[in-house]
Ligand binder design. Structure first.
Ligand code: SAM
Ligand code: TMP
Ligand code: ZN
Length: 409
């Protein structure tokens, strides 16, 4: 009999379809001299709700273990993402934020990558960000930040202090939050009747299509689709009024929700829901087939790395992503197969990766000297990274990719 849990959106029965095994916190980079015996592990497994189709983790990690003063993910580390969010801020400023004294709230503003342009335009805004270190970085950019977790009580405090919002926005954050009832009650309390709640997160349809299994880690609790978001919205008096497929982070969807009956849904909503039903993306059989492909990638990648080690080749990891924790721990990849991982984030450098304990070094280490192969953990930034590292390829270096399958390019 398959393992079951209760859906964190509707209370329905969630059926497990893949077990990633014992996994660490994906962003808990350890000091090399730390007592590894104290490292936190949990069982990472995914399931699908038979009632509302929401794909989600079977077990939840307490939020304070993941989001705290030292949370090391800095959104502004990517030039492509800086541009992505600046364009979106300009769009909000030209559309939703043109009324009298408009107000936008961003949930999970991180280092202020999106709100920076809003603050510079002099528009009233508030970032809600529980991770103190990145919240402080946002504040240094002139952004107003509230250092707390967004939930129903936080929304009520914001309404009391600032009034209701024209836009509530969240990027790569809503899928991190299991307590959805509190979040959506907060959203409905905080949003003006004319307002819109916009969020963008990795898209289940793309994860299945690309077998991008490393999108599954402690922080990614939900894997949204138009179908599941539509069902979720309707439970809270909201309506899915637009969907937009976007290319960042390996394929995402930007969902727009409005109070029910306030806006006419665009044709894209019905079209994406129909496409998902046609593809049967929430079917247990589809999801189990995804799991089988993950196991093949695991076997192919470990065989390749072991073969390269046998040939005496040097392999280095590129990008100490949260995603890479799932890959290294599922495949059993340690420092004997991948010498080190280079990363631009100062808070990760000089540490070792969670669970696998591969040293993380500064970006400059990549070329001193160049390895024979680079395992691209930051595959979602492939274009930006490969352009920056053209010299590596010019000198005969090769990239190893593992989604949608294991390849050397
Ligand atoms: N929006 C940024 C982006 O897209 O690059 C940051 C994404 S980061 C992966 C997720 C952020 O959500 C973290 O900065 C984390 O501290 C924050 N977060 C987690 N739970 C939250 C909550 N309940 N309320 C507000 N922010 C939260
Ligand atoms: P992400 O895939 O969650 O956005 O994380 C990307 C990680 O890769 C982050 O730790 C920063 C790092 N990185 C580099 O080291 N070099 C780069 O050029 C880019 C774009 C990211
Ligand atoms: Zn459900």
């Amino acid at each position: 009999m398959s393992n079951v849990s209760r859906c964190r959106v509707c209370g329905g029965t969630v059926h497990e379809f893949f077990d990633f095994g014992r996994q660490p916190l994906s962003d808990a980079f350890l000091r090399p001299d730390a007592d590894f015996g104290d490292e936190f592990f949990f069982r990472l497994a995914t399931g699908v709700c038979e009632s509302c189709t929401m794909v989600q983790l079977m077990e939840e990690v307490p939020r304070d273990r993941m989001f705290h003063e030292d949370y090391p993910y800095h959104s502004s580390g990517s030039a492509v993402m800086r541009n992505h969010f600046e364009q979106l801020a300009k769009r909000f400023l030209a559309t939703e934020l043109t009324g009298d004294d408009p107000f936008i709230v961003e949930v999970g503003c991180n280092d202020g990558i999106m709100l920076k342009a809003v603050a510079e335009a002099g528009v009233r805004h508030l970032g809600v960000e529980p991770s103190g270190g990145v919240a402080d970085l946002a504040a240094t950019k002139g952004i107003k930040v509230r250092k707390s977790f967004f939930e129903e009580a936080t929304a009520a405090e914001i309404v009391a202090d600032e009034g209701r919002a024209d836009v509530i926005y969240a990027a790569n954050t809503l899928c991190h939050i299991p307590y959805m009832e509190s979040i959506l009650n907060g959203v409905t309390a905080l949003l003006k009747p004319t307002g819109v709640f916009v969020f963008e997160d990795p898209y289940l349809g793309d994860i299945i299509e690309r077998t991008s299994f490393d999108q599954v880690y402690d922080e990614h609790f939900f894997f949204f689709s138009a179908q599941s978001v539509q069902a979720m919205a309707s439970r809270f008096g909201l309506e899915l009024v637009d969907v937009e497929r976007i290319g960042v982070h390996g394929g995402e969807v930007r969902y727009s929700l409005a109070p029910a009956g306030r806006r006419t849904p665009t044709p894209e909503v019905a079209a994406l829901v129909a496409e998902e039903k046609e593809r049967e993306i929430a079917d247990l059989a589809t999801l189990k087939a995804f799991g089988a492909r993950v196991l093949k990638i695991r076997d192919d990648l470990t065989s390749l790395l072991e073969k390269l080690r046998g040939e005496g080749k040097r392999v280095v990891g590129y990008g100490a992503t949260a995603k890479s924790a799932t890959v290294t721990n599922l495949c059993g990849i340690g420092p004997e197969l991948v010498e080190f991982v280079c990363d631009t984030t100062p808070a990760k450098q000089g540490r070792v990766t969670p669970g696998a304990h591969i040293p993380v070094r500064e970006s400059a280490a990549f070329s001193q000297p160049y390895p024979d192969y680079a395992l691209l953990f930051a595959w979602n930034h492939a274009e930006e990274v490969m352009a920056k590292e053209q010299e590596f390829r010019d000198r005969g270096g090769k990239w190893i990719l593992y989604v949608p399958d294991v390849r050397i390019v």
